[in-house]
Design a protein around this ligand. Structure first.
Ligand SMILES: CC(C)(COP(=O)(O)OP(=O)(O)OC[C@H]1O[C@@H](n2cnc3c(N)ncnc32)[C@H](O)[C@@H]1OP(=O)(O)O)[C@@H](O)C(=O)NCCC(=O)NCCS
Length: 156
């Protein structure tokens, strides 16, 4: 991070959360961010069939100083329930509130679309993050992409 970006991240000034379109240039950048944060550290990459599943979803990105630093995806499960997935913040800006802003933007949008429940599959390491934001764990732990996960939920 350069100094200007560092200052912007520290104060979270100039942070914008935007919705982007599937298949756009920004979507390609988002796939790269997801690979960098969520897949490559596990020795994996998103496949073409993973990405096909994104086509009907809503894609959110966090941008600071022109740099895409975070993302998440809203998938409709049923009329009441939205799933939050692919939550990722670039390692250079983690722990500075970008993840919280993304989740808050997701919740506001989900509520305006008429959803009353959010579910997600949290990596063990991310459970404390979601607990801080009012989510609760339920069900048995399970393994996905080599990592232990729990289901979590929140009512809006
Ligand atoms: C998990 C992740 C999305 C959180 O985003 P972030 O921008 O780092 O989190 P924030 O800075 O907004 O944190 C919000 C709060 O949660 C806390 N928190 C964040 N990650 C935490 C963790 N791993 N353990 C404990 N607390 C955590 C923060 O301290 C902060 O608390 P505060 O408001 O009391 O200061 C991000 O760290 C990340 O992308 N991690 C790697 C990929 C990943 O695990 N994604 C989730 C897959 S389910």
């Amino acid at each position: 991070l350069n100094h200007v970006l560092e200052a912007a991240v520290n104060s979270l000034s100039d942070l914008s959360i935007r919705e982007i379109n599937f298949g756009s240039d920004e979507f390609a950048q988002m796939v790269e961010l997801r690979n960098r944060v969520l897949r490559r550290p596990l020795g994996l990459l998103l496949s073409a069939s993973d990405i096909e599943k994104d086509a009907r979803d809503i894609h959110f990105v966090a941008v600071i100083g022109g740099e895409m630093v975070g993302c998440l995806i809203l998938t409709e499960i049923d009329k009441e329930t939205a799933r939050m997935r692919q939550v990722a913040v670039d390692s250079s800006v983690q722990g500075r509130g970008v993840g919280r802003k993304l989740v808050e933007a997701f919740e506001t949008r989900a509520q305006s679309l008429g959803f009353s429940k959010i579910i997600l599959y949290a990596r063990d390491s991310a459970i404390p993050f979601y607990l801080k934001l009012g989510y609760e764990a339920f069900g048995e732990p399970f393994t996905e992409v080599t990592l232990v996960h729990r289901k979590m939920r929140k009512s809006l």
